[in-house]
Design a protein. Structure first.
Ligand code: GLU
Length: 515
């Protein structure tokens, strides 16, 4: 490690929603910064003004915030080296670009698209690398100025030195590039509008970035950035290129891969916990060196080391994420889990907080829903937070994603269940036998008084009879279906307890009416 303080950055372009792969880059930068008591900076690379949108920047910030990857400096966190949005740094770029032109390391190029294409085709036909012809290199500053004054369209090209560039990747070791294949690349549209590679070099220098941790897909940009840094007399930062993320077919994961949700916000909306997502993406290219699989963000801060990063591609396995999510759900205290489920229940239209309309409720994880009261949208019955917790408790073991909760506990909020009568029939039973069974259940349940309405007592009362019949399913199956209306659900006694006496008996009556 070098002596200078560790400063790393994440430099997303706000041209689309924050991608899960970018989240991983952000996480490793965050961990690296924490590990070395450094700073984690977010820089918004919005030089492409047409494609950059404020809502995508919002999405980036929200996603980082949701994952708990707090940054020290960024567009909304003042720091010494701002502004942290490239669109606000034009004056800085202008200074550097002017210097490159003055020292003849960059020049204006007036070649038309047709000219460039014709040259490219010639190179292809000769089997040569497709590089710029260097035609405009020979224009004198006076000639170039004249053309510009006449309004001729131009770009700024870098006079790339033809020498090998070698650098030490912290993960991959020494990497060497023959820069003859780059040619004189375009580095800016005009003095205030640098393209990515140049803006990146200037900003990384101005922001005193010590290490660049980014995806392997940027590896080929690195020698270009090093050449530009040298031209500007800048010492490049140290580089580390993280392994590619692969889909399950082992192809590079694309933002449009249908097999996974690309956007971080989709994971949030589907009810993945940020804890699980962080744990999951940490293992995309890093491992602790043993078989441990569960890591909180703070554990990762303690454990993370670049020595345990891999160079080979990391396979994105959604089943593993689901499994991790289930794990975090199971170990979460019930009140916390309920708090996180409430936004989903509201959003699905089952319940509404008593202070407003369901649609107005935000899907905000950090909100405190424990203090509110709710009403079932259909029945207008009132529920306390603790009532919701009792329902959710029945499903904590089997819940994989929070969004599933609505379909599991909707039965508690519905006026009447809507299920086919056939579902009530136990597999070892004829439909004609259903009526006496439901009558028997009603009689048994009516005998249990309000004060005794707990699952243990319900179970005892019904199981005695079920054992007598010799086939428990004959009572338990119709009971469970009558109460839940579902092929699968929590057990009948648990549901009955949470439903309460009145509603349980009412549901048996409704089942009888169906026959
Ligand atoms: N804006 C670039 C991107 O989003 C940043 C790459 C880098 O880290 O240098 O891919």
């Amino acid at each position: 490690m070098s002596e200078s303080p560790v400063r790393v950055r994440m430099a997303p372009s706000p041209t689309g929603p924050f991608h899960i792969g970018s989240a991983r880059t952000a996480l490793f930068n965050y961990l690296f910064a924490k590990r070395y008591q450094g700073k984690f900076i977010v820089r918004i690379e919005d030089t492409d003004l047409e494609r950059s949108k404020p809502e995508w920047e919002e999405n980036i910030k929200e996603s980082l915030n949701w994952l708990g990857l707090n940054y020290d400096e960024g567009p909304d966190k003042a720091g010494e080296f701002g502004p942290y949005r490239q669109s606000e740094r034009k004056a800085i770029y202008k200074k550097y670009l002017a210097r490159l032109i003055e020292t003849k390391q960059a020049y204006y190029c007036f070649c038309s698209a047709e000219e460039l294409e014709a040259h490219r085709q010639y190179l292809v036909s000769q089997g040569l690398p497709q590089v710029y012809s260097e035609k405009c290199q020979s224009l004198s500053p006076v000639e170039a100025e004249k053309k510009r004054a006449e309004g001729e369209r131009c770009v700024i090209r870098f006079r790339a030195p033809k020498k090998d560039v070698a650098f030490e990747d912290l993960l991959r070791g020494k990497i060497k590039y023959d820069t003859a294949t780059f040619g004189d690349m375009v580095i800016a549209k005009d003095l205030e509008t640098p393209l990515y590679n140049l803006a990146c070099v200037i900003d990384d220098f101005e922001m005193k970035i010590s290490h660049i941790l980014r995806g392997e897909e940027h590896l080929s940009n690195t020698p270009k950035q090093i050449l530009l840094a040298w031209a500007l007399g800048i010492q490049p930062p140290q580089f580390l290129h993280l392994p590619l993320i692969l889909n399950q077919q082992r192809a590079k994961l694309s933002k449009r891969d249908p097999s996974i949700a690309a956007k971080v916000s989709d994971y949030k909306e589907q009810g993945y916990l940020p804890e699980a997502v962080v744990n999951f993406i940490a293992l995309l290219g890093w491992n602790p060196g043993d078989d441990r699989e569960f890591f909180s963000l703070s554990e990762l801060v303690n454990e993370f080391s670049i020595e345990r990063l891999q160079t080979s591609g990391a396979v994105f396995n959604v089943q593993k994420l689901d499994w991790l999510n289930g794990f975090y759900i199971r170990k979460m205290p019930l009140a916390e889990l309920t708090n996180r489920c409430v936004p989903f229940l509201i959003q699905s239209g089952l319940i509404a907080p008593l202070w407003g309309k369901a649609e107005a409720a935000p899907l905000v994880y950090s909100s405190d829903f424990t203090v509110l009261e709710y009403e079932a949208v259909e029945t207008k019955e009132k529920y306390k937070f603790s009532d919701l917790a009792r329902m959710i408790a029945l499903y904590q073991e089997r819940l994989k994603k929070l969004i599933e909760i609505s379909e599991l506990i909707d039965l508690f909020f519905q006026k009447e269940l809507n299920y086919p009568t056939e579902l009530l029939v136990w597999k070892k039973m004829e439909r004609g036998e259903l009526s006496p069974v439901l009558n028997q259940l009603e009689t048994l349940l009516l005998r249990i008084q309000e004060g005794d309405w707990i699952k243990e007592k319900l179970e005892k009362a019904i199981m005695v009879e079920a054992e007598k019949i010799g086939d428990r399913g004959r009572l338990l199956w119709p009971l469970r279906v009558a109460l839940s209306g579902k092929t699968a659900s929590a057990g009948p006694f648990e549901i009955a307890e949470v439903l309460g006496r009145r509603k349980t008996i009412q549901r048996i009556k409704e089942a009888q009416k169906k026959l």
